[in-house]
Design a protein around this ligand. Sequence first.
Ligand code: NAP
Length: 463
Amino acid sequence: MSEQGPLRVAVVGSGPAGFYATSHLLGAELAIEVDLIDRLPTPWGLVRLGVAPDHPKIKAVSRAFEKIASREGFRFLGNVDVGKDLTSTELEALYDAVVYCVGAQTDRRLGIPGEDLPGSWAATEFVAWYNGHPDYQHLSFDLTGERAVVIGNGNVAIDVARMLALTADELGPTDTTGEAIEAIVGSGIQEILMLGRRGPVQGAFTPTEVQELGELADADVIVDPSDLDLDAASEAELADAPGTTKRNIDLLREFSTRTPAGSSRAIRLQFFASPVAIIGTERVEGIEIVHNELVVGDDGRMRAVPTDERETVPCGIVFRSVGYLGVPISGVPFDDGRATFRNEQGRVCDDAGAPRNGTYCAGWIKRGPTGVIGTNKKDATETAEALLDDARSGRLADGPSGKTASEVDAFLAERSIEAVSYRGWEAIDAVERERGEAEGRPRVKLATWDELLEAARDAAGAR
Ligand code: NAP
């Protein structure tokens, strides 16, 4: 730790893991300053740009982040892209320690023919678009077809299926972009088909999200009762499963007894079905599906094994929602198999497994894309504790090397990097809330880089 001043830490990525890591560091007995760096001019990561807009209670965790941002020693440096504007090596030379909380920036691929046809989208692209992510506003989703297919049985798949089924009244009070509301409300979609390769017991979704499918204003939820006739192995799995899985099954059983009310849209959950190919000449016209049976794998996990039964289902658009993937940053050791930074309890390690002093990670880039927002608190605390332990016992690289805040500013200015301060973000926030108030909505997001940077510039200079 520095004799001249506080320990200077960069936390890269201002989503939940980044904020929780920051919080733990700023709460320690050591004198610490944290620069929370983000590629975007706005903080909160997936809380702003991933969580579904009709889930305001989940988004409200941002209030806790605002409190963290008000602590002594906190700075936000938005619009700074580590790996592009400056290398990881340059960053690590500017600070005593760096904590990477950069999430999982891309989507897992299916590896099937037709995956790249126009009309076949990563669910994450759609999510970023309807949430106003400035990198995704140029996308145009053709929702004119009668059927949309969502591949996957996780909470992102449910979010996408539900968002596609919301009415103007349901979307109105949310911060979904105006363009997305217009496209969803005016869409020709009558059926949203959600495909799970395994059975209902193996669904990755959680009960609150399942329940919401049954509570939509103008969409029926359809489940084939025969999918709930569980085989012996699934019954056994269910018996040992957590309460959340049992609740999922109760909800799905109840859905399977419903008679469709003739709503404008239906969400159909089809289990034991894997996509084999996405079909079309110029664009998506359908999807070929194989029916699966479940077998117990060597690891004791139920595996989907294809049968000979195949069908082709016509559809106009496909959303692939089969999980996220971490992306490497040059210079930081990466575990290709797990698609995470190579680490031991948050300490980034070299290929031989030795900790690289002063470099840490937390959140999805540490453990993979699992868990809910709160999961990141424990995860980031573990990482921050590792950093604090290293600081207390003098294990940070070569003692203090961190530059002061103004030296960091000078470095960024030299590179012509226009960092957005927390004041800058507050200015963006104020504009968005004001625009929202006029429309009876929580906020109307600024969704282009120009708009965001211009609003932030009004508050330039102050941090
Ligand atoms: P996820 O929970 O890992 O679900 C991925 C789904 O894709 C699983 O059903 C998986 O099936 C399926 N899948 C994987 N490969 C496939 C393939 N080749 N063919 C067909 N299906 C395949 O991922 P996610 O939905 O992206 O969510 C990421 C994390 O964010 C999760 O922890 C989730 O709970 C969280 N999240 C939470 C909320 C919320 O709390 N409201 C909202 C959104 C996301 P198998 O099980 O068979 O592998």
